[in-house]
Design a protein around this ligand. Structure first.
Ligand SMILES: [Zn+2]
Length: 260
């Protein structure tokens, strides 16, 4: 089953496009050439074949298919590479044995559901009005809210926690995603409460963390103006640039980036 899915993914994406997202490829006859990202070199010996959908480096001898490239360059295991490439290919992965789902994938799934929960609370909940009013005042359109998946965390100690548990996630995994906090008694409660939520995406569009901005400034002494996801297995704030997932194609096209 897994095998047929990897074949399906491979048939829907082009290795040249995928590798181009990471390094600059130059056409060389029927193939593409680049400086190898896996060893230090001055003349390009890294080759990609569109026809065979493989890569090979004549310098360090490494090579393989699109999955092995993504695994190696992202320094991740196969399940994560599978997920990244399935998303790119628009292939919906069949349910796999949870034991096989890596810890990182679990945290991505938890965050994705949490982002959806916050987003729906922003759009539809009665108490989300304070956030809707604030965003209208800041002139953010519905298109922007949807593109950046802004959200609202309700004023509750366990709403999100309970929803995620109902969806089948273990409390400890929800804790490892940084969405809940443990008190001295070991009880878990929602980290983000009564705040405007900004999900933070990695360059592939996975939700890796959240920032919550306070809306009622009188409560600023309760946890500060902003509350952030702590360092987790999938969130390292010094490795993420906010908005890069949306800007990367244009950056490549223009070969230019302006950071503010
Ligand atoms: Zn090499």
């Amino acid at each position: 089953m897994l095998n047929s899915q990897t074949e399906e993914i491979k048939s829907k994406i082009d290795i040249v496009d995928v590798i181009s997202e990471y390094i600059q490829l130059k056409q060389a006859g029927a193939n593409f050439r680049a400086l190898c990202p896996f060893h230090n070199e001055k003349t390009p010996s890294f080759m990609v074949s569109r026809e065979k959908q493989i890569w090979h480096c004549f310098g360090c001898g490494d090579g393989g298919d699109v999955f092995s490239f993504v695994q190696k360059i992202e320094n991740i295991e196969f399940p994560e590479a599978l997920k990244i490439l399935a998303d790119k290919a628009g292939v919906k992965l069949k349910k796999v044995n949870p034991e096989l789902v890596s810890q990182k994938t679990k945290l991505f799934d938890i965050n994705k559901l949490a982002a959806e929960f916050f987003y729906q609370a922003l759009l539809k909940s009665q108490e989300g009005k304070i956030a809707r009013d604030y965003l209208a005042k800041r002139q953010l359109t519905n298109e922007i809210l949807s593109e950046f998946k802004l959200g609202y965390a309700p004023d509750s100690w366990d709403k999100l926690l309970n929803i995620l548990i109902k969806k089948g996630f273990k409390p400890n995994d929800i804790f490892l995603a940084g969405l809940v906090v443990k008190n001295e008694k070991g009880q878990l409660y929602d980290r983000f409460r009564q705040r405007l939520i900004f999900p933070i995406f990695d360059q592939h569009g996975n939700v890796v963390g959240f920032t919550g901005r306070i809306l009622d400034e009188r409560k600023e002494n309760q946890g500060g103006k902003y509350v952030n996801t702590p360092q987790t297995l999938i969130y390292n704030k010094s490795l993420v640039i906010y908005g890069l997932d949306k800007a990367k194609n244009q950056i490549k096209k223009e070969n230019l980036v302006v950071m503010v």
